[in-house]
Design a binder for this molecule. Structure first.
Ligand SMILES: Cc1cc2nc3c(=O)[nH]c(=O)nc-3n(C[C@H](O)[C@H](O)[C@H](O)COP(=O)(O)OP(=O)(O)OC[C@H]3O[C@@H](n4cnc5c(N)ncnc54)[C@H](O)[C@@H]3O)c2cc1C
Length: 382
């Protein structure tokens, strides 16, 4: 082992979705940043891969997220311009289900509370506007023109490139084995050496139970599967499709995207929050034919054209808190350590604003963004 002890202002551990954004925002404010990542840039072993992530503003999870989304959208724009990449695209979004279900009622509540542009469509109007959709006769939908998708791998690479341009040192294939507080800062140890800095930002994704075991909010890591299905009749008709989330009468949600990867790319669909507990070491990466059959059976209730073959599948991990709200805060026990984890399967659309919040917390100690929902000391049921 070589011991390299170099002083930085801030060390960022984990350069996935949140950590890459944090590294960029901290470096852009003129601080000396070291980023440490256990895998390669934009890898497929955590939570930020698979080509697409839904972005939306009428947020059924809680209207309290909306101000963060409004700022995130400004930063998505800025990122696209600064990195000269299409990191996101607006396609419109349909949130479909029984009128009183969480997906529809929660989206309408958030949309109305924040005055967000939206339309409410009944089942006949949904099919008239979007002929591939065949909702149940009693279903309705909130349609939001400002919904769309982000490209996770492109986003991570964009933030890493901008962080690098702003002077950050980024090291890959270098896992942090442990971190500790020193008299005037922090120390982290990796297989290649140890590094010191004034402050530490930890964005470990599904590895949170290993790096942040002592923090209050428990995390359950879950295996999730993404499926790329071929539409009957070809992908072209799905090229300009809205993203969608659909909830059925038992409260189960699925979601999907347009055909964004050309005629041979398929249409990506998935169950929202339907997975088995795992760890990054034990996750089963094999997707079985019965899982594909189950996905196809559910999605064709709403989109009968998605009855074609399954082009490919991929697995990914959610890191769930008991109340499905994030954890973003200064570490309650260590003032110079900031943490961001537990994004519970809905964090990607916030990536740019989480980067900004982490820079605020680690440099200024406070943020003007409303983040009380994400307090690690909130009461949660274990
Ligand atoms: C299938 C799926 C679909 C999703 N769909 C959506 C969606 O449509 N919309 C949406 O908004 N969100 C969605 N999400 C959620 C979103 O993708 C996640 O909330 C987000 O990617 C989490 O980012 P992260 O930075 O916490 O984790 P990651 O991106 O996984 O980053 C954590 C990083 O830390 C590194 N790391 C861990 N431990 C160490 C260590 N000891 N040393 C060094 N590095 C370390 C890991 O290698 C990893 O790169 C989805 C998630 C999944 C899995």
């Amino acid at each position: 082992m070589t011991t390299t002890t170099t002083a930085y202002d801030v060390i960022v551990v984990g350069l996935g979705g949140m950590g890459s954004a944090a590294a960029y925002h901290v470096a852009a404010r003129g601080h000396r940043v070291l980023g440490l990542e256990r895998h390669q840039p934009a890898h497929a072993r955590g939570s930020s891969h698979g080509g697409s992530r839904i972005i939306r503003q009428s947020y059924f999870e809680d209207p309290g997220y909306v101000p963060l989304l409004l700022r995130a959208y400004e930063l998505w724009d800025k990122l696209a311009v600064d990195a000269q990449r299409e990191v996101y695209r607006l396609t419109g979004g349909l949130f479909v289900g029984p009128p009183d279900c969480r997906t529809v009622a929660g989206s309408v509540l958030a949309g109305r509370r924040w005055g967000l542009a939206h339309e409410v469509l009944d089942a006949a109007e949904i099919t008239a506007r979007f002929p591939h959709f065949t909702p149940h006769p009693g279903d309705i939908a909130l349609y939001e023109a400002k919904a769309g998708f982000a490209r996770p791998e492109l986003t991570v690479r964009a933030h890493l490139d901008l962080a690098d341009r702003a002077g950050a040192t980024l090291r890959f294939d270098e896992p942090v084995l442990e971190w500790s507080q020193t008299r005037d800062g922090v120390r982290v140890r990796t297989p290649r050496g140890s590094y010191t800095a004034g402050r530490l930002v930890i964005c470990p994704g599904a590895w949170a139970p290993q790096l942040l075991a002592e923090l209050g909010v428990p995390i359950t890591v879950e295996r999730q599967v993404m499926y790329w299905l071929d539409p009957i009749g070809g992908a072209a008709a799905f090229a300009d499709h809205p993203i969608f989330i659909s909830e059925n009468y038992s409260g189960a949600q699925i979601y999907g995207f347009p055909a964004i990867d050309g005629p041979r790319g398929g249409v990506k669909v998935a169950f929202f929050r339907k997975g088995l507990a795992c760890t990054p070491e034990t996750i089963d990466r094999v997707v079985r034919p019965r899982e594909i059959d189950e996905m196809r059976a559910r999605v064709t209730e709403l989109l009968p054209a998605l009855a074609g073959g399954c082009r490919h599948t991929a697995t990914c991990m959610y890191s769930n808190t008991p109340d499905q709200h994030f954890v973003i805060a200064r570490h309650p026990g260590y003032a110079n350590v900031t943490v961001a984890y537990g994004f519970s399967g809905h964090g990607f659309k916030f990536v740019p604003v989480v980067g900004e919040i982490l820079a605020d917390l680690c440099i200024e100690g406070v943020t003007a963004h409303p983040i009380s929902l994400f307090d690690p000391q909130r009461p949660v049921t274990r």
